[in-house]
Structures are given as C-alpha cells and as structure tokens.
Design a protein around this ligand. Sequence first.
Ligand SMILES: NC(=O)c1ccc[n+]([C@@H]2O[C@H](COP(=O)([O-])OP(=O)(O)OC[C@H]3O[C@@H](n4cnc5c(N)ncnc54)[C@H](OP(=O)(O)O)[C@@H]3O)[C@@H](O)[C@H]2O)c1
Length: 281
Amino acid sequence: MEQYLKSIKVGFIGGGNMASAIGAGLIHKGILNPDNVWVSGRTDRTHSFWRELGAHPTLKNNEVANNCNIIFLTVKPHMLDDALNTIVEKKAEKFENKLFISVLVGVSLEILHTKLSAVVTSPRIIRSMPNTPMMVGEGITVYCNKNAEPKDLELVDTLFSYIGISQSVPENTINAIGSLSGCGPAFAYLIIESLADGGVRMGVPRPIATKFAAQVLVGAGKMVLETGRHPGQLKDEVCSPGGNSIAGVHAMEKGGVRGSMMNAVEAAANKANELASQLNK
Ligand SMILES: NC(=O)c1ccc[n+]([C@@H]2O[C@H](COP(=O)([O-])OP(=O)(O)OC[C@H]3O[C@@H](n4cnc5c(N)ncnc54)[C@H](OP(=O)(O)O)[C@@H]3O)[C@@H](O)[C@H]2O)c1
C-alpha cells in the first residue's frame, strides 16, 4: 500500500487550513509524494507554502481535476458552487469517474452527489469530518460514502489513519460526532489555557504552566485510550481520600464543568444541524 500511496495523484480544491492539515501532514510523514500533489486556490495566498513542500499550487481548479484521480474538496461550504463551476471549461464536458473526498461541514452526500454529477461521470464520494490535530498526526476523521468502491474506502481509511484515528460512520451521526471531534480541539485548548492559568495563579511560570497543562491532556488521553479503563476509574485512582486532587475535583464540580462540556458539544451539534439544513435545502 505504501508504494501505491506514493504513486497516486492527489488534488486539493482549496489550499487553506484543512488542506494543509491533511496534505502537509501526509507529505511530512512521507506518505504522499509532493510531486504528485496539486492544490488550487482562488488567489496565490498559499502558493509559497505548497511550493516549498514540493507540491504544485495553481489558480486553476481544472488543472487539479485533470491531473488527479483523488480530489479533496477543501473549500468553505459556501465556496463549493464557485469552485465546481470552474472545473469544467465547457459545460458539456465531464471528467471520468473520480474519487472526491469532501471535508465540508454540513454538506450532505446527496447534495455533493448532485453538484459533482455536473462535473464528473459517476462520482465516487466520501464525506469526511476530519479535525486539525491531524497536522501533528493525532487527528480524528469520521466518514461516510456514496458510490465508493471497497478499494476507495480502504484507501481513505489508510490515508487518514496515518494522521490519526479514522472510522466509517452512518451519515446521520456525522454532525454529532463532528461536534465532539471537530470542535473538541477548541474546547480542549480552552481547558489547557485555563489549567495553565491556574498554575500561573499559584506561581508557576507561564511557559512551564502551558507546556505541562498540554501534556496533562496528552497523558490523560493516552491513559484512557491505552488502558481501556473508564475515565471515572482513572480519576478515582488519582484522588486519595481527603487529598488535594479530590479538593480540586470538588471545585470543578461546583463550577459545573461536566454540564459545561456537555453543553458545548450540544451547542456545536445544534449549530451544525442548523447550518446543514440551510446548506442542504
Ligand atoms: N478548520 C477546521 O477545524 C475544520 C474541521 C473540519 C472540517 N472543516 C472544513 O474544511 C473546509 C475548509 O476549511 P478551512 O479552515 O481549511 O478554510 P480556509 O483556510 O479558508 O481554506 C479555504 C481555501 O479555499 C480556497 N478557495 C476559495 N474559493 C475557491 C475557489 N473558487 N476555487 C478554489 N479554491 C478556493 C481559498 O483560497 P484563497 O486562500 O486563495 O482565498 C482557501 O485557501 C471547510 O469546508 C470546513 O467546513 C474545517
């Protein structure tokens, strides 16, 4: 598979944050050959970034479609129509069967299929929901598909697994899961920042406080994933009777941290559903 991945030609329509997280992540890991990667943008804002990586930046979306059989859609949802309109130069022309991997929040497989069918004969489509920590190889990607072949699913799973955890899910769960995994890093950064603030308040220098707060989340996350133990059990193991950890946990409970976290995921999922119903009208 590694040899095959090095030989595939991969395109990104839109070369911003998400394309960099996926494309640069895979290039840095040596999974994709940068000479086989094409990236388009509306302006040349990100061209030097891609050029330095050894990829081919372009202002022409149809150059990406011409050169690549695997095409990531990495524009913002409201930019999709514009981007697709410029893929085919003559309206009657259509590209042959290609694999598209969308990362667009809220745009359903049905809508993607309708829009892509104007550009490509029998598009094979993956709707994915990645998150930005894939930039450091610790991402989460969930995905569902329409007309994808088993080899496409294997390819997508392999690609995303190189930069984190990857899992196929039913489409009707993608907004809820995405609100946990896609928005979750924002929630986690807030926790890191506030843990560090606590350290600073008690006299810990800021750089140490931030570094240690981040490592606390990395370590705790690994403990849950690698031991398979329930987080409540792991918390109990840190809290000795009458000790300082349980005093801190009590303070957190008084602050309503559990309710706040649950509310954050609920609010993000509600917003995703609201955006999805506007986008999929
Ligand atoms: N950020 C996240 O955590 C996250 C998580 C999951 C999913 N997503 C999804 O990822 C997608 C991209 O988000 P992002 O944060 O990467 O956005 P971004 O940084 O703004 O990147 C969007 C890119 O699209 C390019 N673009 C705009 N119009 C275009 C056109 N007509 N043809 C070709 N390229 C065009 C822009 O080019 P210029 O630079 O020249 O303007 C820009 O580089 C969104 O759909 C979002 O829903 C994001």
